[in-house]
Design a binder for this molecule. Sequence first.
Ligand SMILES: Cc1ncc(COP(=O)(O)O)c(C=O)c1O
Length: 328
Amino acid sequence: MKAILRNKFDLGFFPTPLQHLKQLSKRYPDYNLYIKRDDQTGLASGGNKTRKLEYLIQEAIDENCDTIITAGAQQSNHCRQTAAACAVAGFECHLILGGVNPKVFDGNLLLSYLLGAKIHFSGENRKGEDIEKVKSELESKGKKCFTIPYGGSNITGALGFVNAVRELKEQLTMQKLNIDYIFFASSSGGTQAGLILGMELYELETELMPINIDKIETYDIPIEKYILNLVKSGKEILNIKRDYRLVDIKLIKDYDNAGYGIMTENEKSAILELARTEGIILDPVYTGRAFNGMLDIINNNKIQSNTNVLFWHTGGLPANFHYADKFF
Ligand SMILES: Cc1ncc(COP(=O)(O)O)c(C=O)c1O
């Protein structure tokens, strides 16, 4: 493994299981369906951010910081997992969350509080617009701050998913299995950038099927361009020779219409279908939306049949409790 990929702070349970979805594959006989269980990574109920945080927390340690600041929505899985990582690694954690202080804390917000995070409510701003302001307030009180961008999606965080491809490749080799397509929820772009780089580094031949979650642009450039920039800086660090262009960054934008955080019948039916066939819980914001997209694509035979299809479950379970009334 490259030295840069070894420089991480252990936070999770790896490898996460790679599981055959036996019941669901019977229901969709043209495809053989598998799932990668990153909902089982640990850190206060799992999720993809554990992988990113292993590298981000190590960087904060290397920079001798004592305080970590990040931002997101009130039901942010990234913020909940950052709070857990800070507890484990001994950092003071500040979360800047969109909206106003609610009467009741539930789902991820409740867990972030239980995990000891100091919570700042930031109204309209849910994507880290106020990070610098909070940082200078804390610095004036003598704190040494490390900031993590929205979703943990810088190149340091993306390394978590480069490493994840190595893990998957080892599992596939051991199980003598090929995966033709990998579906996953893509939002702030770090997961996708890491997977793209990891596929090249570890020679994994598969087609990525990233389902876009949030139709509002996060950055001042289009998300595809942001992902491309991450990939370009990652390829330098990892010494990857291949050239990447905008056309290499695919995003399936057919399922984000309802808007971020709005659970519709689509997400609901995907959550119920996987729960009731396989006993696996998705989430209303990310994986429910991505799984619905995958089922729609295979139902309509929009990808080649008689292939092996993997859904990368990126977590999000606690948000279900916030959306409880929408299920009935
Ligand atoms: C459960 C879940 N899945 C997928 C994602 C998307 O990952 P990324 O932001 O790296 O694109 C997130 C991001 O918050 C998430 O919480």
